[in-house]
Design a protein. Structure first.
Length: 575
């Protein structure tokens, strides 16, 4: 790039820094909130860090079950949410500043909110609740008690998941920009690098892991000192983490910048992102390395099908170019929110004479920015535009039906280590299936040595089973005629003085896509009762709350799977 291009990039970088600083100072000037918990705040998760299929939308604040949670500002409870997984029990508060605060994984709400939620569950005869009270129903003042830290939903331990959102746009905002104070004097650390050769459309041709060594004081170099590429275009991805004072957690970083000499080539700083874009995380990281090796590498270049607006890049989107024999001096600059920093210095040289990289054997090429259709007599796959993040050289094969329980060939549709952003419609034709089994037929995905997962399915007029799926891998038709299992964990004929009874419920097929999870219903003496569900432990339980009077009673528990296989348990008990 000539001097004019360098000057343009420097000017762009100066403008970007000014905008970032103005954005942060402006945001903090609009609203500074009090913390959602009192006392020292320790983080087990940071804003924007990499999670399975999504960016983390808030802060995870460490705390024991029952630690009080407070409203960060005046406002009102705008949503009460109770789900099987996800946030578990959550409250949403709207504030006059135009922000919404979210408090997830709560063990319980404060008493009046809890009583309201319980009454609504009984009125709707449903454990799952999505309620939007009127603004005058639960007004709050800054510092009011609203609930208590818990471990509800799909979590590994007790903590508060805390978010701040823009009420009108729905963008997720970094709570550290709003006065939440965390002690952090530790630099981020860098533990790995990966070098990618790219084609002319930005598709990855090959990737190589590179060793990284620490020189101290936040400085790192590669091992070996000089890296080599064969083609004209390449990109980088880095493995980096951050830690706060006194905590062992490997949390996410705040910012990444890629520099070539004095020119910025790529950057992002995690102040906000659009909630609907969160799945583009799978284009932000190296998805294949995460699936195969649990290695969380963050790209310093944009994949062609990644529209995330968090990046600031030059015209080449972080993709770097070299002439034969040319050497690039590069630096990756990593920061946490308080601007503790680490730097990885890299030298990359292009070989003078190289053999061209060869494409792997493949069945067909799927452009990422087009609609794609694979169709033959036995299988059909329809991919909408935007399902892929880069052009795909798709590998397809099938294995004849051999195993007992299969009603179609096994269709090997590429590899599960390739990410998909959108669902595609998969249609599979059975070899032969009895008419009475058709309502029990499912499309299953079996990969990586795991048990089959059911995607459900419905029959099409041309005699194929159809289901939307969002993964590659091995697919076949099976049937599910097995009802769920119900095992009493804590139940007795005489439960006078007991505070709870519980059951463990399991099914033979885990579900994904549009296939339904287990559905359950419990009645005592013909009246619906509330069963709560712990998805981590497959546990259904009922806390006695005075609604069941003293005396002899009959419990009827029904559990039904996606194919309407049902188990019914009837048990008598005394209160």
């Amino acid at each position: 790039m000539g001097s004019t291009g360098n000057n343009q990039m420097r000017n762009w970088w100066f403008v970007f820094l000014v905008l970032v600083l103005c954005s942060q100072s402006g945001t903090q000037g609009i609203a500074r909130f009090t913390p959602p918990v009192r006392g020292k705040i320790e983080l087990t998760g940071t804003f924007g860090e990499l999670r399975s299929n999504h960016f983390h939308g808030g802060l995870d604040i460490r705390g024991e079950i029952g630690r009080p949670v407070y409203a960060i500002a005046d406002g009102y409870v705008s949503r009460i949410q109770i789900t099987v997984s996800g946030y578990g029990q959550a409250l949403f508060l709207e504030h006059p500043s135009g922000h919404t605060s979210v408090y997830g994984h709560l063990d319980r709400f404060r008493d009046d909110i809890s009583a309201y939620a319980r009454n609504r569950q009984y009125a709707q005869e449903n454990f799952v609740l999505e309620e939007e009270p009127t603004p005058d129903r639960f007004p709050v003042k800054q510092g009011d008690l609203i609930g208590f830290i818990g471990a509800r939903g799909f979590v590994s331990g007790p903590h508060l998941h805390f978010e701040i959102r823009d009420t009108y746009s729905g963008r997720m905002l970094n709570p550290l920009n709003f006065g939440v104070s965390v002690s952090d004097h530790r630099r981020p650390f860098i533990s790995g690098l990966r070098l990618y050769e790219l084609d002319e459309r930005g598709r990855v041709l090959a990737g190589t892991d590179v060793g990284v060594r620490s020189l101290g004081n936040g400085q790192y170099r590669t091992t070996p000192d000089t890296l080599y590429v064969s083609g004209p275009s390449f990109g980088l991805a880095v493995k980096a983490y951050d830690q706060q004072d006194g905590r062992p957690n490997f949390n996410g970083i705040y910012g990444l910048e890629l520099w070539q000499n004095d020119t910025a080539r790529f950057a992002y700083h995690l102040d906000d992102f659009a909630g609907e874009d969160t799945r583009y995380l799978n284009a932000h990281l190296d998805y294949a390395e995460q699936r195969r090796h649990s290695s969380w590498l963050q790209r310093a270049f944009r994949m062609p099908g990644n529209p995330l607006d968090i990046y600031r890049t030059g015209a080449q989107e972080g993709r770097l170019h070299l002439q034969p024999g040319e050497v690039a001096q590069l630096r990756i600059h990593i920061t946490d929110h308080p601007q503790n920093a680490a730097d990885l210095n890299i030298l990359v040289s292009r070989r003078q004479v190289t053999a061209p990289l060869q494409n792997p054997v493949y069945t067909c090429r799927l452009p990422y920015d087009e609609e794609n259709l694979i169709d033959d007599r036995s299988v059909r796959a329809h991919f909408p535009p935007g399902a892929l993040y880069e052009d795909l050289l798709l590998d397809y094969d099938f294995l004849p039906e051999q195993s007992q329980g299969l009603y179609s060939p096994v269709h090997r549709l590429h590899r599960s280590s390739t990410p998909l952003h959108r669902h595609f419609d998969l249609h599979i034709r059975p070899n032969a299936i009895r008419e009475d089994l058709k309502t029990k037929a499912i499309i299953t995905h079996c990969d990586d040595g795991k048990d089959p997962t059911s995607y459900g399915g419905e029959w099409t007029p041309d005699g194929r089973l159809r289901a939307p799926v969002r993964t590659f891998g091995n697919f076949a038709i099976m049937v599910d005629t097995t009802p769920p299992k119900i095992v009493a964990e804590r139940f007795g004929a005489d439960m006078r003085g007991w505070d709870r009874f519980s059951f463990r419920v399991t099914d033979n097929f885990p579900t994904a896509g549009k296939a339904r999870d287990l559905r359950f219903r419990a009645e005592v003496d013909g009246h619906w009762i509330l069963l709560e569900y712990d998805a981590r432990k497959n546990r259904l339980y009922h806390d006695f709350d005075g609604r069941i009077p003293p005396g002899e009673h009959l419990l009827v528990l029904r559990v039904q799977d996606d194919r309407n296989n049902e188990t019914v348990v009837e048990l008598g008990f005394k209160r």
